[in-house]
Design a protein around this ligand. Structure first.
Ligand SMILES: [Zn+2]
Length: 180
C-alpha cells in the first residue's frame, strides 16, 4: 500500500514536471515572423496625421527617424560610446520599437529650413511650447511619448506598442497589420 502510494506520488510528480516543461517551451517559443522593413501602417497613418494636424496649428515638424533596422540600431547605440556624437539611445538592435516599425522621432523645422530640438520654442506664438503641442496631438493620435519615461527621457520619440513588449516582439509576436 505504501509502495503504491509512493509510485502514484512519483508519477504525479513526473506528470507535473512534464507539464511545466511543456508550458515553458511553449511560452518561450520563437515565432517564425519576419522583421518588418517599414513603419506599421497604423503608425504611418498616424505620422501623416501628426504632420498635417501640427501644420494646421502653425507648427512644422519633420520626422527624423522611423523604421530602423537592427544594424542601424546597433550603429546608433555606438554613437557617443565608441563613435563620435552624443548618446541618443540606450538600447541595442532588436530592443527598440523603431526596429519593429512602431516608433518615429520628430523635430521642429523653422521657416529657414533649420531643424531644432528646442522644447521651449514657441514659433506659433500662442504661449505654449510647440514641442509640447506636438506631443499633445501625438498622444491624441495614440502615440506614447518617450519624454514620459523615467529612466531615459527620449523627447523626440513617439511610439505605439499595441500592448506588445519588446520581449514579445523579439519572440516574433507582431501587431495585426489591420490594428487600429
Ligand atoms: Zn525614437
Amino acid at each position: 500500500m505504501k509502495k503504491a502510494l509512493k509510485k502514484i506520488t512519483l508519477l504525479l510528480f513526473i506528470i507535473i514536471m512534464a507539464m511545466l516543461i511543456f508550458q515553458f517551451i511553449v511560452s518561450n517559443q520563437v515565432e517564425d515572423s519576419p522583421l518588418p522593413t517599414k513603419l506599421h501602417p497604423t503608425v504611418a497613418e498616424a505620422k501623416d496625421k501628426l504632420i498635417s494636424q501640427t501644420k494646421a496649428n502653425g507648427i512644422t515638424i519633420i520626422i527624423t527617424d522611423g523604421f530602423r533596422s537592427i544594424a542601424e540600431q546597433d550603429a546608433l547605440f555606438e554613437q557617443g560610446r565608441t563613435t563620435d556624437g552624443n548618446i541618443v539611445t540606450n538600447v541595442r538592435g532588436g530592443d527598440s520599437y523603431h526596429n519593429y516599425g512602431l516608433a518615429i522621432d520628430f523635430a521642429l523645422q523653422l521657416e529657414d529650413g533649420s531643424v531644432i530640438w528646442d522644447l521651449e520654442y514657441d514659433g506659433n506664438d500662442n504661449g505654449k511650447a510647440d514641442w509640447m503641442e506636438v506631443v499633445e496631438i501625438a498622444k491624441k493620435l495614440g502615440f506614447t511619448w518617450g519624454g514620459d519615461w523615467d529612466n531615459f527621457r527620449d523627447y523626440p520619440h513617439l511610439q505605439m506598442d499595441f500592448d506588445l513588449s519588446i520581449r514579445a516582439l523579439k519572440r516574433g509576436k507582431r501587431p495585426d497589420e489591420n490594428t487600429n
